[in-house]
Ligand binder design. Sequence first.
Ligand code: NAP
Length: 323
Amino acid sequence: MPAINKTAIITGITGQDGAYLAQYLLGLNYSVVGLTRSYSSAGLSKLMKLGIDTQIQLEECDLMDYSSIIRILQKYKPDEFYNLAAQSSVAASFNQPIGTIQFNSISVLNILEAIRSSNSDIRFYQASSSEMFGRVPELPIREDNVLNPVSPYAISKATAHWIVRNYREAYGIFACSGILFNHESSLRDDTFFVKKVIESARKIKAGKMDMLHVGNIMIKRDFGSSKEYVKVMHAMLQHFQPDDYIVASGKSVLLKDIIDFVFNYIGVPADRYIVDEKLFRPSEIIDLYGDSSRARIKLGWDYKLDFFDVLTDIIDEIESAND
Ligand code: NAP
């Protein structure tokens, strides 16, 4: 095991990326402190699935409360701070625009203010999102493309993204944004598209569901692997210079092709889904894929996975966990 002896704080520790990042950092011999909004409702199932729940110091912290963050920074004196907590669903953000925009932007401001006033040497990672770019005139997306967000989620992430840049440029904080494109795993919540398709196909096969209901599946997204993408979050904070980085596979996939692949792999007839216009988003992006040359050149990031191979692994993992 490498002899790193650093302390990292992770917000959103109970989420998909929080769990994989914690696992990765523990493997590098970090002390990991995970922040949760409430001990009583903290869902530790993802950390338990990875067998790391007992290796993490869990702390309750309201990220909307600056003084709670100061208390945590003083108690743990972290070297690195990974901010993954967010209302992370684009679809849910149309139903909860105020909560999404308030939490996803003000929490970031609170953390950076706390870092600036207590220890400006702490290195900070922000979970930015490809959704910030919205409808773009040309693809692939690069870090300096204009932001044109088209959902409350995207607006919240764009706001946070500019807060990070401002703290880096104005105060010299080592603050990086990882602009991640969609990334999936068996730990993804069932409400997100890929996991929903897999779980629904399994239910249809078992006779527990009749049809999968989906929104607009004639759109394309750039999908990757969560397990792999968390490694580049860490790499960003080890570089000598803070920067923003696109993290993407470089290829987009039609959502309908994901349904066809999953149904075929699990053994469900190809026509067992219904496109339901009620599930369409009020505004939609047709295609998104990114160019991660900066991460590849500056951080030596070497991601080559084809998404259908990632998908196969996710399905196999879910099937074997349920055998
Ligand atoms: P996730 O599984 O939905 O996890 C979100 C985490 O944020 C959970 O731990 C959740 O805690 C926490 N959270 C939500 N609202 C909160 C609040 N009001 N106060 C405190 N904590 C709150 O998301 P993920 O896939 O791991 O994504 C991690 C980050 O990357 C998010 O910021 C997301 O927006 C961003 N991102 C994700 C993707 C992707 O494809 N996965 C792509 C680009 C960017 P609870 O368990 O208490 O709900």
